[in-house]
Design a binder for this molecule. Structure first.
Ligand code: MTE
Ligand code: MO
Length: 536
């Protein structure tokens, strides 16, 4: 080893992803990875690191921090970094490229969870205010950096489709737009980790993963071509393999930065499934964060399957080999923490979900206020027994996977003793000039709801509520706590507001997170609880 040459960083830099012999640095060592590229499990994405240090990439793909990976790399050692370019035995920090340096600028109102990679929630009021989430307020979930495709090159963006027999068809984005009819589908994307923080706090048990509140969900109108049309053109017969020995069971999607996932073929070719290869979002080109220039949109399924920066589709008997298909997005029982990943199916269709995204406590009113739009609020038995009540306006979303529509949203202002129904808002955005609405074959969109009513004074309980509540995702517009007129008692009095939704096949949400707790914190969909307090 000692006899190996020393290379200046400037020389290493010339061996970038475009050179004939790409090199990478790890520590003070230089490797020629030319031979590794075809065998690298993550594919040619390793070229992203070529010409510089591989460490920032390995920090993203934690899988590399394994001895066997170092052993592989060791085979490709060709020399060392020149001592003149080393500080404390390593290339200086500013010589190491930041994989995220080219990420786009984001809207300041997004609620940032992590900066590198970018993960950010849609603010509560943006979810309540519009049926279609504006592009720059749509939640962002990136596992890696954002690939860059120049605007004038986006029509040349290449999608390759590999059939079961190994043959490959290629389409540029220009081909897709020219060859296939344009379709518009309005669909929600919801991350499998939406409300994970509620699960952690509500169950009192920590979960692995980003601690999202209720904002890892958004709704947009997507424009693109139908995956089913493209697969047919590429030579896939819907009934292929029925008589043969092999059969296509999954459609694997790959993104340019090495993210991958798959969906069952049944969903991909379902004429009512509305799976898109999308290039537009709310009447504009896809923003970079959301997959520019091309992404899959799989309505009704967990958003992890809607692969962004899509450049490769593979028809296969098997699911995608990626960790996002084989691990990560699966659920186990509350007692199961050391698991055999293969024993659980990958999450596809989503369960029923709802959340409060905006809350406004109004004035105390002398007479019990009856609901103006909460359908059954007037029959609330508690209300007739009180003399004072505090006005309340709530809004939020409800959604169910698989195209199942929401039939009812139930609200309780007294921790679940009494229930009433929220008003389900019409889907269109009434503002003139807003993007035209587009509909698919299923209920792929969220249902926004509104509740206007009042909380009887008797409902506010002294002391802390027994339940841990989830309220930090809610846009709480109550300026300061008010005072119940005529009350002689003092102290903090609280109640818990609840929302739960039911879908068209009568699926409903679990009462507690404890019952559906899973160590990865996936599919947190227990009743959303928000505590409100008044000083009396
Ligand atoms: N596709 C690629 N290429 N890379 C990613 O990191 N994240 C997935 C999915 N598709 C991801 C991806 C996950 S987990 C989610 S929740 C959605 O994209 C988020 O889509 P959005 O950022 O447009 O909201
Ligand atoms: Mo996700």
């Amino acid at each position: 080893e000692a006899s190996l040459p020393r290379y200046r960083l400037s020389e290493v830099k010339q061996h970038d992803g475009k050179s004939e012999r790409p090199w990478v640095i790890h520590g003070d060592k230089v490797y020629d990875i030319t031979e590794w590229i075809s065998a690298h499990p993550g594919g040619s994405v390793i070229l992203r690191a070529a010409g510089g240090s591989i460490e920032p990439y390995w920090n993203i793909f934690a899988i590399h921090k394994n001895q066997y990976v170092y052993d592989i790399l060791q085979q490709y050692l060709i020399g060392f970094v020149h001592p003149a370019d080393l500080q404390d035995g390593k290339p200086p920090q500013d010589a190491i490229e930041d994989p995220f340096a080219d990420d786009p600028i984001r809207h300041p109102d997004l609620i940032t969870k992590t900066v590198k990679p970018r993960n950010a929630e849609t603010p509560g009021e943006a979810m309540s205010a519009q049926f279609l989430t504006p592009n720059d307020l749509f939640y962002v979930r990136n596992h890696m950096w954002v690939p860059r495709i120049a605007e004038d090159e986006s029509d040349d963006h290449l999608l390759s489709i590999e059939l079961l027999d190994g043959s490959v068809k290629e389409y540029t984005l220009r081909d897709l737009k020219a060859k296939f009819p344009k379709h518009e589908v309005t669909a929600v994307l919801q991350c499998s980790g939406n409300r994970r923080k509620h699960m952690s706090e509500g169950s009192g048990r920590a979960t692995n993963g980003l601690q999202w509140t209720a904002g890892a969900i958004s709704n947009a109108c997507w424009e693109g071509v139908l995956l089913a049309d493209v697969l047919k053109d590429a030579g896939f017969e819907n009934h292929e393999g029925m008589s043969g020995t092999s059969e296509v069971k999954h459609v694997q999607f790959n993104g340019m930065e090495a993210y991958g996932a798959s969906i069952p073929i049944r969903k991909a070719v379902d004429p009512q499934g509305d799976v898109l290869l999308a290039y537009g979002m709310n009447g504009k080109p896809l923003p970079r964060d959301h997959g520019y220039p091309l992404r899959a949109i799989v309505p009704g399924h967990v958003a992890a399957r809607s692969v962004k920066w899509l450049n490769q589709i593979t028809l296969s008997e098997d699911e995608s080999m990626s960790q996002w298909q084989r691990k990560d997005y699966k659920c186990f029982g509350p007692n199961q923490t050391k698991v055999d990943w293969d024993k659980a199916p990958a999450i596809q269709e989503l369960p029923v979900q709802s959340a409060i995204t905006s809350l406004k406590l109004g004035d105390w009113v002398k007479k019990p206020a009856t609901a103006t739009s909460g359908a059954d609020a007037a029959s609330d038995p508690d209300e007739t027994a009180t003399t004072d009540a505090r006005k309340l306006t709530l809004s939020g979303y409800a959604f169910s996977g698989g195209g199942r529509s929401i039939i009812r949203v139930d609200i309780s202002v007294d921790s679940g003793k009494n229930w009433t129904q929220a008003y389900l808002l019409p889907d269109c955005d009434p503002k003139p000039g807003s993007p035209s609405l587009c509909h698919g074959h299923g209920a792929w969109t969220w249902k926004r709801w509104m509740y206007k009513g009042a909380i009887p004074a008797s409902v506010f309980q002294q002391g802390e509520p027994e339940m841990v509540v989830d309220d930090d995702s809610v846009d709480n517009q109550t300026p300061t706590a008010g005072t119940a007129p005529g009350s002689r008692e003092t102290g903090r009095r609280c109640t818990t507001l609840l929302v739960k939704a039911t879908d068209e096949v009568y699926n409903c949400q679990p009462e507690s997170h404890a019952a559906t707790w899973n160590f990865r914190g996936n599919l947190a969909n227990a009743w959303h609880r928000v505590q409100v307090c008044s000083e009396c």
